[in-house]
Design a protein around this ligand. Structure first.
Ligand SMILES: [Zn+2]
Length: 496
């Protein structure tokens, strides 16, 4: 039977990628037979030539399971759920992974993350067959080269899954998608299965945290660090300590926290978590407008679409204490001319702190944020403005603060139809009508060059506008004076 061959091939893959040992073969075959409800199995000799990633080996097994009515309907979410159960058979238990990771961490942090990242890819928790389809480019702007991505790896919900989940009872276990209880979770109609999901323990600020990789990989080794307890996001001095504890353990990674307020925060505010990884972001190359030195601390004001204060020192305590004072100063800071009001019936000023190390130097980039809304800007004054929503409407989180755009998947198709409309001088299809105003501008600008590069640059310009909208002090003559005033106030607070 073909199914015997398919099982055997997947086992050979798992042995080659060090997910299991050859001596585990009978054990994993039996677990797979149970999962596939197979009563008979014949061990046959097959030639295995090797594959980069396991999706071509998994598909026949998932197709078989569907034909055997082991799941239904045949949607991506249901298939992913079954696939996670198959790969869980080959993925070591959390404690085993933790032991290997933490023993490698002592001597060689890079080896520790290489081990865990490789495992997360080979167990197909990170689906490289999908993430490799993401659209990526770089464009030059007045702020330097920016990283642009259209993320296609997050599967869109099938209407059948939406019906399924709306019929399901809402449950509170696990409380959210970040909770540590997601490890090995089988899923049900209202919650995705993550049976092959694994996390490793990390002690940060003497508190229990866990490291995992993001399955959607916005950039290299995109990591998520989550708190053991399901508690809301809140930036305090503890945040800065945790970020620096992390980069001390993994100096080749950065780690940042989203702001703790809506509009300027991340997409999940209900669970304390951070995002990190191994990637050089455009902000690292940003020009410095002005620089001040104060008792071992260097304070830099960046030329960047958002308002960034960079704190640097070889002594992490100096940076942590300065960040704490900066945050307290900013929380109450008002500049009516700039439209910054710190409190109404609730607080509005927040920060996005991002930590990294450069050799012995501790670096903390702090983006100043404010989440006020108005009649004109109901989604946020310092948030992408309505004329830019056709490109990006979502919150500007820490990844984008650093100059890496994460644009919605819909743009893949929409940009193709815009290119067609420009080249053929035709109209956009009705369903892409949100781009009509932009198309008029593009038609005026386009002078017959390479259409792909033209559109890439124009999307990047739009992204720059989204970032500039989110900046509290604008990169204008007036805005720079307002920013200077803040910096001067900050220096006097830090000097006390
Ligand atoms: Zn949670």
């Amino acid at each position: 039977m073909k199914i015997n061959k398919d099982i055997k091939l997947l086992c050979l893959y798992a042995i080659k990628e060090h997910l299991i040992d050859a001596e585990d073969s009978d054990y994993v075959v039996n677990r797979l037979c149970n999962l596939l409800e197979l009563e008979n199995y014949t061990d046959i000799k097959v030639e295995y030539e090797g594959v980069e990633e396991p999706s071509t080996l998994l598909d026949p097994l998932i197709d078989y399971a569907f034909k055997q009515k082991l799941f239904s309907p045949n949607t991506i979410i249901k298939r992913d759920q079954f696939e996670a159960k198959i790969m869980d058979v080959f993925t070591p238990r959390p404690s085993a992974i933790n032991t290997v990771f933490n023993s490698l961490l002592k001597d060689n942090p890079k080896e520790a993350t290489n081990y865990f990242y490789h495992l997360s890819q080979k167990s197909n928790y990170i689906k490289t067959s999908r993430t490799s389809k993401n659209i990526i480019w770089k464009s030059n702007t007045k702020y330097g080269l920016l990283d642009m991505t259209i993320n296609l790896s997050k599967p869109e919900k099938d209407p059948r899954d939406i019906i399924n989940s709306s019929n399901a009872l809402s449950t509170t276990y696990p409380k959210c998608l970040l909770c540590k209880e997601q490890v090995g979770f089988y899923g049900h109609p209202s919650k995705p299965g993550r049976t092959n999901h694994r996390i490793v323990h990390m002690l940060l600020n003497n508190e229990d945290f866990y490291l995992q990789y993001s399955p959607y990989v916005y950039y290299n080794e995109h990591s998520i660090v989550l708190k053991k307890e399901h508690v809301p996001m809140k930036v305090t001095i503890d945040t800065f300590i945790r970020l620096f504890d992390f980069v001390d353990k993994l100096p080749h990674y950065f780690l940042g926290s989203n702001a703790g307020l809506p509009i300027v925060g991340g997409s999940i505010l209900s669970h304390e978590h951070y995002q990190g990884g191994r990637h050089n972001f455009p902000i690292e190359e940003a020009k410095v407008i002005s620089e001040y030195s104060l008792n071992g601390l260097v304070i830099k004001q960046l030329y960047w679409p958002l308002s960034i204060v960079r704190l640097e020192s070889k002594d992490r305590e100096i940076v942590i204490n300065a960040a704490d004072k900066l945050f307290k100063f900013w929380e109450n800071y008002e500049d009516k001319a700039a439209g910054i009001i710190s409190y109404t019936d609730k607080p509005h000023n927040a920060i996005t702190p991002i930590a990294r190390k450069n050799g012995a130097v501790y670096i903390l980039d702090i983006a100043l944020r404010n989440n006020l809304t108005s009649k004109k800007f109901p989604l946020g004054i310092f948030h992408p403005h309505p004329e830019n929503h056709h490109i990006k409407k979502e919150n500007i989180g820490l990844i984008e603060v650093m100059g890496l755009a994460v644009l919605p998947a819909r743009l893949k198709e929409e940009l193709e139809s815009i290119k067609k409309a420009i080249v053929e001088k035709s109209e956009l299809p009705i369903e892409h009508g949100i781009h009509n105003e932009w198309l008029k501008d593009l038609l005026k600008k386009y002078n017959g060059g390479n259409i792909d590069t033209f559109i890439e640059n124009e999307v990047t310009e739009k992204f720059v506008k989204c970032l500039e909208d989110s900046g509290v002090f604008k990169q204008t003559e007036e805005g720079v004076i307002q920013f200077d005033k803040f910096i001067i106030g900050l220096i006097s607070v830090l000097g006390k």
